[in-house]
Ligand binder design. Sequence first.
Ligand SMILES: [Fe+2]
Ligand SMILES: [Fe+2]
Length: 579
Amino acid sequence: MYDLESPIEIAKDIYWVGHVLPDDPFQCHVYLIKDGKESILIDPGSKLTWPHTRKKILQLMPLEDIRYIVCQHQDPDITSCISDIFEEIGTEGRSVVTHWRSVALLKHYDWKVDFYEIEEHQWILETGSRSLQFVFTPYMHFPGAFCSYDTATQVLFSSDIFGAFTETFQLYATDADAYFEQMRPFHSHYMPSTEIVNSGLDNICKYPLEMIAPQHGSILKKELIIPVVTRLRELDVGLFLDAGRGKDIRLLTRSNAILAAIFNDVAYSINGFLTLERVLSEVQKLFKIERIIAMGFIDHQVILFDSAQDHAIKTEVSEKIAKSRYPDLFEQQDVRVEKIENLCTIDLGKSYVSYTFVSHNGEGAAVGMMQFLFDDEQTFEPYELEILKNFQSPFNIMLSKTLEFYKLEEEKNRFFSNSITDSLTALYNRYYLNESGKKEFVNAKRYDYPLSVVMLDLDHFKLVNDTYGHDVGDIVLKDFARKIKSVIREGDMAYRYGGEEFVLVLPHSTAEEAQQLLLRIRERVIGDGGVKIGEEALQYRFSGGVQQLENESSLEEMLKHADQKLYISKHAGRDRITI
Ligand SMILES: [Fe+2]
Ligand SMILES: [Fe+2]
């Protein structure tokens, strides 16, 4: 942590001597190059900051050692303290170092000091042990703006360039993306055009840079410079020609910081829905938003992601109906702001002002709709709609990623359920018996509760196949499976073991209880008079063996015992249960 009440050495004999203005996103930095009686003060600051800068300098040297005051352009946040400085130390033997375009304005302070016009001195200032190279960056944002490059330490004093509005004071930037989001509104507002910014950056990037010390925002260490320069080259600037828009720089600054946080969230989450609540709380820092609903299209059905719910909801609403509710949105890719109480057929429980837009995936296909739901008295200023518009892209990314995630989950579930299900009877298959049956066996052993395993076999099934064919055989198998499912309780598991053999695993059932259950199945089998084959009703029966867990050491052993009892049933005449 830095002691911001003292000068901070940022490079050899270079000190930050600025001041932290309370509750101000636009901090001003002042730098001192200490070089004996030829010390250099860069962008000295304003009447707000000078009393504090002065104290810091005095901790290092007498004020009189300031020989050169560099004004990289003439804004009041840079120059308005200079009269106070000269009042205290005089102008004798001192110079204000700047460009002629600034001299034309600064002379109006009437300091009665020499101006060291940089273009008159080959753009260089040599002192006892330092050499400053001046780098021209015209119109960034003043026509005569320039930066100062200290050849000894490769530190660039960049004045407003790389400056930022920062919610909290941070002497050094730590993350290129996060810092760039803070730079964005300042440069969008203050820099005239992307071409001018790039030409200035071309001049700057001619020098090897160890550090960039801007007049606002935070200092950039070497590792952050290239990513920030790259992004600055691409930034649209000089945007706000319409004076009415974007006037709330604080809101813009905060919205960009929040956008960065949301992009971060969305970037790293595969199931964006899980972050919906967190993202909502981020947006709530800016707007009185109450709820976010995403309607995603999967297989032409609407799936709902609602920040007020903890799970996604499959709805009866078709993609077609949803689109017909907002035809203009899909045609014009516009935004709709309106009062709503329901979403298609879904009742929202109260009325809201909704900000609705269509979500597109990377290929531009509509994948759904997003709704930001506000208090039903909410109204929007044009620049607020502007800011809300910026939020569309992270949410689009979030929705299309979430839908991809869900499709994959659905597919995975489909594969899994197919892998454990017998395709003919829709009962579980033998493979899954080894999985799930074993678990039941282990649990019953561990927690010492009854467990019964049943082997069932349809009687004379071969005869059915031989007589009526396998199609009819399949009908009988499916009918039997349906009857088994209609009788077993939650927690009981039914499997097709193979051919006309079936297994039931009945946790918390004694052999007697299992027998009762099988008798109920038998009633169902007999009850509806058999399977309808054309005009005929084909009756069938089954035999069974029940094994309640005793000293068996494995499920396989229980199955063997149950099978032995099935064998007894078969040989005792079939259509019976042995326990
Ligand atoms: Fe400025
Ligand atoms: Fe400035």
